[in-house]
Structure formats: structure tokens, C-alpha cells
Design a protein around this ligand. Structure first.
Ligand code: ZN
Length: 367
């Protein structure tokens, strides 16, 4: 679905955690709070509370997304997955102030929701529905817990982003701020794994395993956020034209698939080639997969232009683009190399290997 122009996507892993939450509410939490709640009633309450819990998570994420958008960062989608929700921002915040605002919005929203449910519980409204007060109380508690947990200062939790914004503002250095906030995130990850292990030993199997999983996830996410920041730091500012290969092996659009296979795919270790009109303009890209989709008997007479991806649909690079943006584009387009095009003409080609070589050299130099 779409809310305020943002696509809301549900990952298959979310179904698992949703079922887990409903199950634990229906068989544990609600019967423990009120022994008269059993069977169908417990499952209904569990499902209602589960849906409202994830609606609360969604509101939390929407608050991040709307503030990001106000700071000029598009948020194409929010994903609900195994460990909750994530707003997928198209870029990092431009300055510490936006980072702080975007980060703090989430926990403040969750704590406000907790206050709202707590206020609702003081009224007579919830008791109009059987089990209503219990559900409202649960939502007040869980939203407060969500707000507080997210304030823990370890990246990529919201608290870690707040910490990073503060360090970034003080040091005026995003990379070093990310490194410190990421290390704090690893500490939080290990602490959760440790707590999970203790719970496991004490007999709380499910809760313990869950904490260990979240700890592992945080640890991994903290590490990769630093890697990304480092990559960006080292690759930004280097133009595509400085690293691209200028001697491009391009296939003429009129060549047959037979010629394409014999003279290009057999001779050069590439999975795809740019296709050119005779005058150097880019006609498209052709890959081995596209050739394979044509029966062998047709290879002799079928021209490359008939199976290629035409230029309009090709991911191409601009010579003035920086290498980090180029790498992002390669990942987004799932391509090992991309043609560099200047006013319709092929001027070079850049591969992931070229970019990674640059990364190795610059990180080796401590640039
Ligand atoms: Zn958040």
C-alpha cells in the first residue's frame, strides 16, 4: 500500500514475526493477565493487539520518513521485516541537524503513542469491548518500550543516529562520527547477545534466542554502516572519467548474434557489451542471457539490435558523475560494468573492479 506517496512493503519474514507475536500474546501474555481469557477470545485479542503493534511501528517509521522528506531526502519505501520497520532513505542526511531531527522523531512518536494509549486507558472507552483495557494497556507498554529501546545510543538504532548527529556536529567529520556510533552499535549488539545467552540459560528459550538474533543483526548493521561511510568517503570526489577505460569494445548494431558470440563473447571475458550505431553513438547493451534466449539456428541471421536492451533502457554513467554514485548505480542496475555516455556517444566503460581497485588504493594510502 501507499501512505503519503511512500510505498509500504511487507517482507515475507515479517509474517513470521507477526505470527510469533500473536501466538505469544494469545497463549502467554493475555491468559497470564486475566485467567478468564482463553481459546478464541485470546487469539482474537492477540491478533488485534498484534495488528495495532505493527500499526504503531509503521507510525514510528512514517515519522522518520516524513521528516526526511522535509529535509529534502526522498523516502521511496518503508519496509516491515523480521526486526520491525525500516525507512529506506535515498541518501544520508545532509547535515547533523537533519540527522538529529529525522532520528529523534521516531522515539518521540512511540513515546507519544504510549501516552495516548495510557490516556485512553484512563477513560471508560476500552471497557466497552471485552478485553479492551488489556489490549490498550499492552499497547501503552510496548510503545513506551519501543521508544526507550530505540533511544539506546548504538548505530543503527535511532539513539545511535542521535549520537552520530552529535559527534558529526562536534567533529565536523561524518566518517569519524559514523565509526564511533557504529562501534557503540556493536557494543549494544554484543550486550544483547550476552543478555540473550543469560536468558537462554535461565530457561527463557524464545526470548533469549530473539535477543541473540537482534544482537547479531545490530552488530552486522553497525559494521556495514561504517563500511558504506568509508566507501563513500573514499570514492566521492573521484570522477568517472578519471577511472573509466577509454578503449571500449563495442558491437556494431547490425552484427549477427553468431558474430557477437564468436568475435566478442569468446574473445573477451565480459558478460555484456555496449552496442553502437556505426558513428559511436550508444545503441544499447547486449548480454549473454539475451543471446541464450534466441534459438541457435537463428543466430546467423538475427542482428544484435533485435535482442539488445535499447539505449533508453540502459543504465549509463555520466563522465562527470562521482565513483560512489556510479557504484550505487551498478548495484541498483545489477550490472558488473556500465557504459559511460556523453551526449549520446560512448566515451568509456567503468566496471565494479575499476571502482574497487580505486577503493583499495585509496584506503591503502589512508587517503
Ligand atoms: Zn526509528
Amino acid at each position: 500500500m501507499r501512505i503519503a506517496g511512500i510505498r509500504i512493503v511487507i517482507d515475507p519474514t515479517w509474517l513470521f514475526v507477526f505470527a510469533l507475536v500473536v501466538w505469544s500474546l494469545a497463549t502467554g501474555y493475555f491468559p497470564a493477565a486475566d485467567a478468564s481469557i482463553t481459546g478464541a477470545e485470546a487469539w482474537t485479542l492477540g491478533a488485534v493487539a498484534g495488528v495495532l503493534l505493527f500499526a504503531s511501528v509503521l507510525v514510528h517509521e512514517l515519522s522518520h520518513a516524513l521528516l526526511a522528506r522535509r529535509a529534502g531526502i526522498p523516502v521511496p519505501r518503508i519496509r516491515l521485516f523480521l526486526f520491525g520497520g525500516v525507512s529506506e532513505m535515498a541518501a544520508e542526511p545532509h547535515n547533523p541537524r537533519s540527522e538529529f531531527r529525522i532520528a529523534v522523531a521516531g522515539p518521540l512518536t512511540s513515546i507519544s503513542l504510549a501516552a495516548l494509549f495510557w490516556g485512553l486507558q484512563r477513560t471508560a472507552l476500552p471497557s466497552l469491548v471485552p478485553g479492551g483495557p488489556l489490549v490498550v494497556e499492552y499497547l501503552a507498554t510496548i510503545n513506551l518500550a519501543l521508544g526507550i529501546f530505540n533511544l539506546v545510543p548504538g548505530f543503527p538504532l535511532d539513539g545511535g543516529r542521535i549520537l552520530r548527529a552529535w559527534l558529526w556536529w562536534r567533529r565536523r567529520d561524518l566518517l569519524s562520527a559514523t565509526r564511533t556510533a557504529g562501534r557503540a552499535g556493536s557494543v549494544v549488539g554484543y550486550a544483547l547477545m550476552g543478555l540473550g545467552l543469560v536468558s537462554l540459560i535461565k530457561g527463557a528459550t524464545l526470548g533469549g534466542m530473539w535477543m541473540i538474533l537482534i544482537g547479531m543483526f545490530l552488530n552486522q548493521a553497525a559494521g556495514s554502516s561504517y563500511q558504506t561511510a568509508l566507501l563513500k568517503d573514499l570514492l566521492s570526489g573521484v570522477r568517472v572519467r578519471e577511472r573509466m577505460t577509454r578503449e571500449v569494445i563495442a558491437v556494431p548494431a547490425h552484427a549477427s548474434l553468431e558474430e557477437l558470440v564468436n568475435d566478442y563473447f569468446y574473445r573477451h571475458p565480459h558478460g555484456s557489451f555496449p552496442v553502437s550505431w556505426g558513428d559511436g553513438r550508444l545503441a544499447g547493451m547486449v548480454s549473454l542471457e539475451q543471446v541464450k534466449s534466441v534459438p541457435r539456428d537463428d543466430w546467423v541471421r538475427m542482428p544484435v539490435r533485435q535482442v539488445m536492451t535499447p539505449a533508453e533502457g540502459v543504465c549509463a554513467l555520466d563522465p562527470e558523475e562521482d565513483c560512489f554514485a556510479a557504484l550505487e548505480k551498478m548495484i541498483r542496475c545489477d550490472a558488473g560494468r556500465l557504459p559511460v555516455v556523453d551526449s549520446g556517444e560512448i566515451v568509456g566503460i567503468l566496471s565494479r573492479r575499476d571502482v574497487m581497485k580505486l577503493f583499495q588504493v585509496r584506503s591503502g594510502l589512508g587517503a
